[in-house]
Ligand binder design. Structure first.
Ligand SMILES: N[C@@H](CCC(=O)N[C@@H](CS)C(=O)NCC(=O)O)C(=O)O
Length: 219
């Protein structure tokens, strides 16, 4: 069986959950939390030296990290990917945009506001990120005001990549009704076959960090 490392409150991990649910893959989940600094634990770094979740470990020992790579890996030959070079270029364009211009603003704002002990102490950084996030939402809106999907005529992994931190934009203070194209697109993604909502436990079994990795080695 596959093993997914990560928590249910991470938008990046959610991307992996979306694709695993879509392709009907069974997996167990190991709860590796950024808030507990577990991605930087040497035992986890032995699995993913990049120190980030999500990670998917295949039964044959092959490790796939980076949410975009996980989406690509499991989209395989499904209609969420394409055989057409121009279309795959568009899919990748939106996925790179997500990683460089969208997630670093929206995901970090969410982290500062909802997952730090003193969000008020991060008000300056939050305010710096706001225009970057607004710009990213504006770029999406300009595409989605005239098209149903980001990269193609149908839903692709570009839509799965952008959905998680766009749908939490309201939680960091954006009025999503100001982005009507995005609002309609969110509903379209939610109507996809085997869509699972954020926070849904799709794993057949869940293990804590200690259950999977064992107790901390003695100093
Ligand atoms: N580019 C990565 C980003 C993953 C990421 O930032 N994951 C966060 C949790 S949402 C994490 O593991 N952070 C741990 C850390 O930075 O120490 C991806 O798309 O998978």
């Amino acid at each position: 069986m596959l093993t997914l490392f990560g928590t249910l409150d991470s938008g990046n991990v959610y991307k992996a959950q979306l694709i695993l649910a879509r392709v009907g893959a069974d997996y167990r989940r190991v709860d590796v939390a950024q808030t507990r600094n577990e991605p930087r634990d040497p035992r986890f770094l032995a699995v993913n030296p990049m120190g980030k979740v999500p990670v998917v470990l295949r039964e044959d020992g092959h490790v796939i990290s980076e949410s975009g790579a996980i989406l690509f890996h499991f989209a395989g030959s499904s209609d969420l990917w394409s055989k057409d070079r121009d279309t795959t270029t568009e899919i990748l364009r939106w996925m790179f945009f997500e990683q460089y211009s969208h997630e670093p603003a929206l995901a970090v704002m969410r982290y500062l506001r909802h997952f730090t002990d003193h969000p008020d102490r991060h008000a300056g950084r939050f305010a710096e990120l706001e225009p970057q996030a607004r710009r990213a939402l504006g770029v999406m809106e300009s595409r989605l005001s005239g098209h149903d999907w980001l990269a193609a005529e149908g839903c692709t992994i570009a839509d799965f990549a952008l959905y998680p931190y766009t749908h939490t934009a309201g939680s960091v203070g954006f009025d999503v009704s100001r982005f009507p194209g995005i609002e309609r697109w969110l509903e379209r993604v939610e109507s996809q076959p085997r869509f699972v909502p954020f926070g849904y436990e799709g794993a057949v079994e869940t293990l804590s960090f200690a259950e999977y990795f064992g107790s901390e080695p003695e100093e």
